[in-house]
Design a protein around this ligand. Structure first.
Ligand code: NG1
Length: 409
């Protein structure tokens, strides 16, 4: 008897590089997925292959400690899922044998890696008859932790989106604790996804750039703890600590008494004031990282409100601001991504931005139904034709539909 585990990729609509800072994101799960067709085997072994030449067949034992293969080896995503389950105490007595296929573009910021991790976990749970023993939220959290085994200090957006997708809905995902709230997207809007043709391999080059951003965010938060009034409770100044004293403490790197979080900062009524004061102590690069994260956190809330009000024009404007901030403050955009955003907006998109971690990958453009074709034509003519010498394939540019989450059966 054979089974199939399916896990979708995702397109993040807004809320970029906020998840690992404990702030919400707003992605959709898409109608492109990683699939594992498998049969259950009586021994605790995983044996998988793929029709794609770059993915060599592999096998490993479901036994602790489960060692990683070489960096960049695709089996590491499957090993990560298995290791996550084993370390959680799931008994994996049976293994799987099968084939991995899929149509989520790889290294494109569309969470193909998390889709493979989640599909692997679903297959292993099914093989051992324990799918129902673990909730989707629990599995999303577990797989987010497990994927870090591959090296990216990522947040939990991708695994949660992959497991909680709902057709026609964006997903507001909050962290600590993980919570997913569906938000219906008005029907006549389309999400055009277009690749910059630059791969951002998170298991290789882009990994260090990504992890460095996460580190800088932590440093920036520590640096600002002394100048934010929010350490003593959102919206209030720390009582009994005069401004100059607090600034002096910050200058010496002394953290405020309560540990400050990005969530505190986003809730701060005088955020401009905090950022101004932070500018006196933080290195300019760290200030820019901090500013992106907190302003992006605010944009997610505004964007959600816009969708709920059916005001997609406003949503589009927030996407544009998000892109500018990722370009100027977070410095994860590329000239290709910037150019594509310009072309899409010029051709009538209501909004456009890079999606995923950046350093290459894709843009997502929000288009009214009738604007989708002109936007795609403009990207084909102005961006792809000079680079590809012809029209882009379906792997390079497509419209993404908000779709259902991972499943096995
Ligand atoms: P992509 O671009 O799909 O690798 C990464 C992280 C997300 C999130 C985004 C940036 C992983 C698996 N994915 O996504 O958690 O931080 O970057 O918003 O770590």
């Amino acid at each position: 008897m054979s089974w199939r585990a399916v896990a979708p990729g995702r397109v993040n609509l807004i809320g970029e590089h906020t998840d690992y800072n404990g702030l919400p994101v707003l992605p959709i799960a898409i109608d492109r997925a990683i699939r594992i067709d498998f049969r259950v085997v009586g021994e605790a072994t995983v044996r998988l292959d793929s029709p794609m030449a770059r993915f060599a067949p592999f096998a490993f034992q479901l036994r602790r400690p489960l060692e990683a293969a070489d960096q960049g080896d695709w089996s590491n995503y499957v090993r990560a899922a298995a290791r996550g389950l084993l370390e959680h105490g799931v008994e994996l007595r049976c293994g799987i044998e099968g084939t991995v296929t899929g149509d989520v573009p790889i290294a494109a910021g569309l969470a193909s890696s998390s889709a493979l991790v989640v599909a692997s976990a679903l297959a292993l749970l099914k093989a051992n008859g324990v799918v129902e023993t673990i909730s989707r939220i629990e599995l999303a959290e577990l797989m987010a932790r497990a994927e870090r085994f591959v090296g990216l200090r990522g947040g939990g957006m991708d695994q949660a989106a992959c497991l909680h997708g709902i057709a026609g809905h964006a997903l507001r995902i909050e962290f600590e604790p993980l919570r997913v709230t569906p938000v219906a997207v008005p029907r006549r809007w389309r999400w055009v996804v277009a690749s910059s043709l630059v791969h951002a391999e998170k298991s290789a080059g882009a990994r260090e750039l990504y992890n460095a951003r996460a580190r800088q965010c932590r440093e920036a938060l520590e640096g600002v703890a002394g100048v934010a009034s929010v350490g003593a409770g959102a919206g209030r100044r720390a009582e009994g600590v005069p401004d100059d004293r607090r600034e002096e403490r910050a200058a010496r790197g002394v953290a405020a008494t309560k540990r400050l979080s990005y969530r505190d900062l986003v809730a701060e009524p005088d955020l401009d004031g905090v950022l101004r004061r932070a500018g006196r102590f933080l290195a300019p690069g760290l200030l820019r990282r901090l500013r992106h994260v907190v302003m992006e956190g605010r944009r997610v809330a505004l964007a959600e409100e816009a969708v709920r009000n059916g005001d997609m024009g406003r949503f589009g404007k927030l996407m544009v601001r998000s892109h500018q901030s990722l370009r100027d403050d977070y410095e994860v955009s590329t000239t290709e991504l910037d150019e594509m955003v310009e072309v899409a907006l010029d051709a009538g998109a209501a909004g456009a931005r890079l999606t995923g971690a950046g350093f290459g990958g894709c843009v997502v453009a929000l288009c009214e139904e009738r604007a989708a074709a002109p936007v795609m034509d403009a990207l084909a003519g102005r961006f792809y034709a000079p680079r590809l010498g012809g029209p882009p394939g379906r792997d390079v540019m497509f419209t993404a539909r908000a779709s259902g989450g991972g499943r096995v059966g």
